[in-house]
Write a new protein. Sequence first.
Lengths: 129, 133, 291
Amino acid sequence: MEKIPILKMGEFLLVTIQVDMHDRLAMALQDDLTATISQTDARGVLIDISTLEIVDSFIGRMLSNIAAMSRVLDAETVVVGMQPAVAITLVELGLSLPGVRTALNVDAGMELLRTSVNANKEMYGSRFH
Amino acid sequence: MVVVSTESVPIKSEPDVVTVRRCVREVSAQLGLSLVDQTKIITAASELARNTIIYGGGGTMQVERLNGPRTGLRLTFEDHGPGIPDVELALRDGFTTGSGLGLGLGGSKRLVNEFDIVSRPGQGTRITITRWK
Amino acid sequence: MTETQVNQRSGRLASIVGQHREKILAEWIAEMSGSTRRTDLMKEVDLRAECTRFLQLMERAAETDGANFQASSFDAVRDMLSDVSRSRTQKGFRPSETATFVFSLKRPLFNEIQSQHKGDAEAMGAEIWWLNELLDSMGLYTMEVYQKMREEIIRRQQEELLELSTPVVKLWEGILALPIIGTLDSARTQVVMESLLQAIVQTNSRVAIIDITGVPTVDTVVAQHLLKTVTAARLMGADCIISGVRPQIAQTIVHLGINLLDVTTKSTLAAAFSLALQRLGITFVRESAKS
């Protein structure tokens, strides 16, 4: 079964979802990400869905889960590039993806991650003194 | 109402949900639905197909292209599972029997122009949705 | 209609058209040379080609299914009628002139039936009747197609009108403004959402100011529509500020118990713009006067 690749960029992880995922692939991504965040001690996860044309309640739930699980592992999640048609459909479905931060594109998303990570550092100090 | 063509897609296990999406995308694109309308009906189909597997134990999706006087797409999801005991309740947002957010039917209903559901405990469920161009 | 009746009609119509095609064709075109021929809009040679083709299709369909216009064997006939109706409307024919394309086929066919049933009034009457019904269905079908075309045009114009009445304005790099004038119903909300979200993507804007100064009443329904738009924009990564909230509207919102969640609202567009600039970290500095 194909896996969705997870790229490491400094202290962040980048995931680009391009395929029409079936449920098992989505679950696998969830597991992979949590494992990788742990292993690499990543501080942030960027999920690029700019080429994803369909986001139904299952995928929506997956994104919410990833955000929640990452937070437990002390990492921020940002979802970027949602297409207008997808946003309109999600709203109609009644899904607002609480707990999931969003940005327009990868650049904006990285900026968001960096500022929030820095803010955390300022508040709680760096992890390693 | 003239049904121009019909095709039937089996929904047995979760990879079939992707097949359903692809099929609905193809037909709705051919019918010339707008991008937003396409996205809505494909997403609704994805939700209902998944329900068919999880709650209905598998079933079929019938795809009908409608033409004259209006152009549209009608999908019928049918299973012979346990059926839904309280349809009213199921249509209300936030309802769930299994795990998850349980947004199922109410949400899907808002994505389409027409939504019809027939379900009897012990006899299965049939849900018909229509999206006009 | 019984099975035998269908078969009889199949045979009859197909043979009438098949055996006397040239004669029927000539009479048909002659029939149309009355006031509705519109030689200004259509050349003789084109009309002749059209009629020939139509007779061919009708013969083929009649061979299978007699006179059942709704049957699948008449699909090609229906398609051609649809094309005829559409192309003629585009050329400038009135719908009644298009329908005459079909109705003028009656006399040639009836003439043929008459000569074949010499003396047998009852048989002739019965045959003329079902043929009449078939041709009526065809004529009415051309009218339906025309109607559908008009409806499509009206709908498209309505959409364009809606789009024009909700322009999206770029106030600054990254800041959009959407002044809404008039009522906000669900149809309009769809258009508003689509244009705003498209604009957000195209201009890479992080803040969208939705100005409702021109919206006369804000009730729970309107508030829901606004919330939908704001939520959709947020899912994409853009923030919304609602401006133009008049004191009366503020009262209504509180009165109705509408929960605007954490949507920022401002009374003026200027205030909203100022806040948007703040959020983007932009400040304006006044140049010192030259001494």
